[in-house]
Design a protein around this ligand. Structure first.
Ligand SMILES: Cc1cc2nc3c(=O)[nH]c(=O)nc-3n(C[C@H](O)[C@H](O)[C@H](O)COP(=O)(O)OP(=O)(O)OC[C@H]3O[C@@H](n4cnc5c(N)ncnc54)[C@H](O)[C@@H]3O)c2cc1C
Ligand code: FES
Length: 277
């Protein structure tokens, strides 16, 4: 669905069906909008908590499911704290979708390397569902994910148990910055999951989402592995207001993140001063 063009600032009411506590500070909200919101994976919506304001989030659910939308939110400040207080049965507002998502048509026939950190897994979960929906069209998915500690792993059961078993074409590489007694896996920054990669770089695209510092060092590592800037896609987060290319709050070089992104190839934004801010 294209945004409400008569009034793009007017939210649609959406009922909160379920709230899933993913980690101590991240929750997934399963929403049922009154009017289905059809989005492309990687696009974003503006979510309003009545009385507290709105903020941009990227749906973490499958774009194939129109009547339900999942949004995975880390508690950061005033609005997200208010959202974390919302209970099943209550209402929020949604407007969108906005911006440009992942160009998955260009990923056909390729090995797709996904690199995620922290709550950056939200858009990547949506992307993963979209790719799995037509897995026959892609060569392989290599999914690298890093969390600070084992208790910070988002979508824990899916990522540790379910998704790695879905298909031999899907490979998972997990790491945590700091382990604990229960953790038997890899310990190290997410960039260590890119060591000894068994990927044909020439026939690959890489998709990176996470905190700016993680995206910066993952991108530098990918470049050192031979990825070209146009093979690397980044989901950029900048402070937003209007969400529709009018106010200029989200400027990134010559682009507006809300209108020209949030997904950019590194080639598009590599020379912008604010890329890693
Ligand atoms: C396109 C897009 C998609 C996003 N998707 C998600 C998502 O799926 N899940 C999620 O948890 N968060 C996502 N964010 C970030 C989310 O919008 C911010 O965390 C939220 O706006 C913070 O609002 P607040 O009032 O709670 O915090 P504030 O009080 O506004 O700020 C708290 C802290 O967060 C920083 N911050 C505020 N707004 C942003 C922003 N837009 N981007 C980066 N840092 C910000 C501030 O500098 C401050 O350090 C996304 C942002 C964008 C632009
Ligand atoms: S948020 Fe207003 S121009 Fe992007």
């Amino acid at each position: 669905m294209t945004p409400n063009l008569t009034n793009p600032y007017q939210p649609i009411r959406a009922q909160v069906e379920k709230v899933i506590q993913e980690t101590p500070n991240i929750r997934t909200f399963v929403l049922r909008p009154r009017t289905p919101i059809v989005f492309q994976t990687g696009q974003f919506i503006e979510l309003t908590v009545p009385g507290f304001g709105e903020a941009p989030f990227t749906p973490s659910s499958s774009p194939e499911i129109e009547e339900q939308m999942d949004v995975t939110v880390m508690k950061a400040g005033k609005m997200t704290a208010a959202l974390h207080g919302v209970q099943p049965g209550e209402w929020v507002g949604l407007r969108g979708p906005f911006g440009l998502g992942y160009p998955i048509g260009d990923f056909v026939g390729k090995e797709i390397l996904i690199v995620g950190g922290g709550v950056g897994l939200a858009p990547l979960r949506s992307l993963f569902f979209a790719l799995v929906h037509r897995l026959d069209m892609y060569e392989r998915i290599v999914f690298c994910y890093g969390a600070r500690t084992p208790s910070d792993i988002v979508y824990r059961k899916a990522i540790l148990e379910e998704w790695p078993k879905l298909d031999p074409k899907i490979v998972f590489r997990m790491t945590v910055d700091k382990g604990d007694d229960s953790w038997k896996g890899n310990v190290g920054l997410v960039t260590t999951t890119l060591d000894n990669l068994d990927v044909s770089v020439a026939n690959s695209v890489a998709v990176v989402c996470g905190p700016p510092i993680m995206m910066k060092f993952s991108t530098l590592k990918l470049l050192s592995l031979g990825y070209q800037p146009e093979q690397i896609y980044l989901s950029m987060e900048k402070n937003m207001s209007c969400g529709i290319g009018k106010c200029g709050h989200c400027q990134l070089g010559k682009y507006y993140v809300c209108r020209d992104g949030p997904v950019f190839s590194y080639d598009q934004i590599k020379d912008a001063r604010e890329t890693w801010d």
